[in-house]
Write a protein that binds this ligand. Sequence first.
Ligand SMILES: [Zn+2]
Length: 505
Amino acid sequence: MPLAIVYSRAGQGISAPLVTVEVHLSNGLPSLSIVGLPATAVRESRERVRSAILNAHFDFPVRRITINLAPADLPKEGGRFDLAIAIGILAASGQVPTTGLGTWELLGELALSGALRSVPGTLPAALRCGHAERQLIVPSGNDTEAALADQTAVFAATDLAAVCRHLHGTQTLPRATPPVLPQTASEGLPDLVDVRGQAQARRALEIAASGGHNLLLVGPPGTGKTMLATRMPSLLPALSREQALEVAALRSVAGEPMDPSRWYQPPFRTPHHTASAVALIGGGSSPRPGEVSLSHRGVLFLDELPEFPRRALEVLREPLESGTVSIVRAKQRCSFPARFQLVAAMNPCPCGYSGDAERSCRCASAQLQRYQQRISGPLLDRIDLQVAVPRISPERMIGSEGRGEASSAVAARVAAARSHQLVRGTTNAELSPTALEQYCSLGNAEQHCLRRAAERLRLSSRACHRVLRVARSIADLANDDRVRKHHLQEALSYRMDIAEHSSPI
Ligand SMILES: [Zn+2]
């Protein structure tokens, strides 16, 4: 029959919509045309497919070949349809059986030699393929991540000829097996026991971990801001299976290799301050997730916060508020989840020593002001806990005096505090204004305290809500079902005014 239908999947955000590849052979001048909104890389697939078919020792039909990628209004990107197109041509020309072809979905880019190259986004495709009750063939480079969708039968192929033998039933492809996943999440993570002193910053880290709040660490160079930040993952609860799959799907779409040993660990991303807005937020001609999405369900750590381009920082405001990022391109709009916890670190001034007891600051006041203005008020507003990380005395550095608790002890308290939040259905950082009224209702003394602080610190109503959420986490850590005045006061103490802190003492 001169018509064949093969199934494949496109990439759109982290969904993977079905694409039906229809191949029709007709009489007329030999030609090959692809219709159905193909991008340049898809149009170029005819050259790859032609060479791959010939190099796999099949005949390339000398007919008029029309390939339709349906649905027509869905943009098609990349080389992921190559394998489906090649199999469609071989099936339509009678070189591969058409019976049973409908039970398969095919993904993979072809090299001219007929070898299969890995493509991004195979995990979301494998998940959806399983729901559709079909079986999936992927390039062998993608087998581990595709096999994570353990409800789907996934087969891995190295080249076009092997796929054809499999469809003929002469030689079965190897079934992709899911990787061995670790039992615990915290294995191999940096431990809080390495951090000396810094009681206030440690406390802020614990509160931030409990409620999923954003945290800013301010202090001179070398006081351990980065060390503290990198300990955050060891305090966070392990991801659930659904969350881990979501995180893996985002990595898969970004084309990042999957590390099964960190399966249950919340992501911890540390983009450099030279990162562009697109690298941070996502984008590109075929939209890829950025750092905000790759840190979904985990931590985005921005060291040297004021060194980031202001535009890059401003685009963080949308995901910080909504937990998603929308990327609009000429032909499509897609969105990626981006519910991350922001941890940032900065020096108090350009030279780094403003407010330091031992070294004096050399910055002019105009310089200082410019430095602080790089971080806008609205962004600072969204950082719930702002805490100083001062220099500590050499005695505490060396002796056993400054030694603090290990991560496991703190993580146990964080887990207990989270268990209260799970009953309410969400972490404190994500409590809606209605839920806030319900779970953080204040007595008269507390209301008065908050009102006075809001006036004194000139807090916006958004900042007040954030203070309440932090106070709720402090109360959860204390196993108290009510938010009391001292919880509120502690939450307010982390609304440090950076300008105030960094003015020379
Ligand atoms: Zn300075």
